[in-house]
Design a protein around this ligand. Sequence first.
Ligand code: SME
Length: 160
Amino acid sequence: MTENLLLLEGSASREEKYRHLLPQVKALVSGENDLVAKMANISAALKQTFDFFWVGFYIVKGKELVLGPFQGPVACTRIKFGKGVCGKAWKDEMPIVVPDVEDFPGHIACNSESKSEIVVPVLKQKEVVAVLDVDSDSLNDFGNTDAFYLGKITDLLFEN
Ligand code: SME
């Protein structure tokens, strides 16, 4: 079966791109019950659509987050509860937008090219089971629109 992503041309806004992407991600993950497979395609769809510097999942395993499916340069494999942006989003159970990673106390720099970041916790039955982490090589690249739509996208992980 061929899987294709239809991309909007470059002049579309980020919100327009998310709105266009959302039903496509829904179709991509529907009927699939393997979490890693779904995370892998979501990472790829976000990378293809926005060409983010790094996009991927960390999965809760015991008291740590362990690197899951991602697109981009190699990254740290384990992050402890409460540590870095990812560990804090897990602890707080809230999305975190970091306009400048240099200003975030305890930020874990997997790659020096990363300048801004957003982390969205993935909840299953009210418990954080993973986080979605997106890094940009530009400062101040993320905001509420990203938090909203990335949340909608990760909700699709447990919809079917
Ligand atoms: N910067 C993250 C670590 C993961 S990498 O960005 C891929 C953090 O502070 O948790």
